[in-house]
Write a protein that binds this ligand. Sequence first.
Ligand SMILES: [Zn+2]
Length: 309
Amino acid sequence: MEHVSVPPLSRVAVCGGTHGNEMSGVYMVREMQKQKVDIAGSVSVTTVLSNPAAVDACRRYIETDLNRCFTNALLSGPITDSTPLELRRAQELNALLGPKGSRDAVDLVCDIHNTTANMGLCLIFYSLDWITLHIYKYIQSKMTSAPVRAIQLDIPISEAYSLESVGQHGFAIEVGPQPTGVLRADIYNVVKEAVDLTLEWLQKFNSGTTFEGGKVEAYSLVRSIDYPRDTTTSEITAAIHPELQDNDFKLLQPGDPIFKSFSGEMVKHEGEELYPFFVNECAYYEKKIAFHLAQKKTLTIPSISVKKD
Ligand SMILES: [Zn+2]
């Protein structure tokens, strides 16, 4: 695979509190602001508390999920009296860090999230972006305190709905398990290590280091599974099976248990072998998602270095 060279990446945004009850990012951003981290070598760092109203209320959101507001259509829509608070905030963030899709947008957005699922550290992104994949490879090679995985969502960037899509490059850092509204030191440390390694990679990249290519693994979303429901009331009738709980990324074979009903029956996985993730994520009950299923892909990435002119 041919070598790729890319202009320097000098402006990065580190965001937390996009979901107001995911505490690692909230405290990471506050700490960086307290320490006045606005420059890291050759990189200028903007720290953003994305949804301050939701952070104050310690809720995921106030009126609508901020991290579903960053599609091109929503960002360019008119603001009226009935526009939800989060959509107004999304347009503010787009003005601050974007505009999405333009050369003025920051070079990299790193948005910090927590999950109640046992997922370790995941980098989540849309397109196959060499910068993101190299940062992922770098973090994976250095991180010792948690498993590191990549999740690719196959959505065109104009329809990409989350904050990191506003940057020229971007990814979400998703770390768990951590209950909403709770801070765990082990999880905070994983987030801090990931942010520090991202800034370290950017500085090395800007100062001329060549990063070798190679193979990396990434999970790509195939489909989402809802809970079994009562056909008349729509209430859920089962919980995640104990054998699936906390076993994110453990290959599910046909016949493996996935739900245990409240009357004691087991529901089995049907269809092809796939990898479950976001298993029993608290915030996905309202989205009617019990877990996602993914395929594992091996990607070949080129070597990369900064373009000098
Ligand atoms: Zn989140």
